[in-house]
Design a protein around this ligand. Structure first.
Ligand SMILES: [Zn+2]
Length: 253
């Protein structure tokens, strides 16, 4: 079965057999802040996880346990910044950092402006199932359509494609993209959204199998506008935590 779980299981197996050489490429490429305690109003008790989170797949309970323990034991780099491009210069919507700080919630600011990463299953949007549009929490640009959303098992909202050309991909080499993915930003305001990986083939039965891509997005960077909603009053902000008890047992918060 070409698109079955065997490739992933093989990866996990190799990780177990050779723990010394385990290397989640995004960790190398894009380190993350040590803590988001000061920047996460909605999940202030969370601990920031390193960017290896992008590659966490819930293959099975045991595999997920093993991988999550690797995530937890991985070093926590001090700052997100593999992509050195300015988040301001050249973007249509610009604010000073002081303005962004006042416009956004601490969690949104941490993700969008500082390139932070939320904890898995910390956003209510991970489990959102309705039709609608996911917009940038920073500027309101439409970024993802719900028809492209799928459950990757990583704990972060995942999408197979973007709306129009509204998401900007980090300029990395083809090889680096294939191996380690690339940062994605809102093309309008430069806000950090997450990463895109070329491993959509690992998700049979989802839109990702068609595009070959997995946009792994921080829910706090988004706002969801339900298709059948009543306008602004029904918009769901992604920095809202999920209902109590809705988190994955693999990543209790
Ligand atoms: Zn934006």
């Amino acid at each position: 079965m070409l698109f079955g779980l065997q490739p992933v299981v093989a990866v996990v197996t190799s990780m177990l057999l050779a723990p010394v050489v385990v290397s989640f490429a995004p960790t190398v490429r894009r380190p993350l802040p040590l803590t988001c305690a000061s920047a996460t109003k909605s999940n202030e008790n969370d601990e920031v996880v390193p960017n290896v989170r992008r590659d966490v797949l819930h293959l099975s309970t045991s595999a997920a346990t093993i991988i999550s323990s690797l995530v937890a034991s991985s070093p926590k780099p001090a700052f997100a910044g593999g992509n050195s491009k300015s988040r301001t210069v050249g973007y249509e919507v610009q604010h000073t950092e002081a303005e962004w700080s006042s416009l956004l919630s601490p969690t949104q600011y941490f993700i969008l402006r500082q390139g932070g990463t939320e904890s898995p299953y910390s956003s209510i949007l991970e489990s959102e199932e309705r039709q609608g549009i996911y917009t940038c929490a920073g500027c309101g640009t439409s970024l993802f359509d719900a028809t492209q959303k799928f459950h990757s098992g990583t704990g972060w909202p995942s999408f197979a494609n973007i709306v129009n050309d509204n998401v900007e991909r980090e300029d990395v080499s083809r090889i680096q993209y294939q191996l380690a993915g690339a940062e994605v930003r809102c093309k309008t305001c430069g806000g950090h959204l997450g990463d895109v990986f070329a491993d959509g083939f690992l998700f049979p039965g989802t839109p990702a199998i068609v595009t070959g891509k997995r946009y792994c997005i921080d829910g706090a960077a988004l706002a969801f506008v339900p298709k059948d909603g009543r306008g602004e009053i029904d918009i769901v902000m992604g920095d809202t935590p999920p209902p109590k008890g809705a988190r994955s047992p693999m990543f209790p918060g």
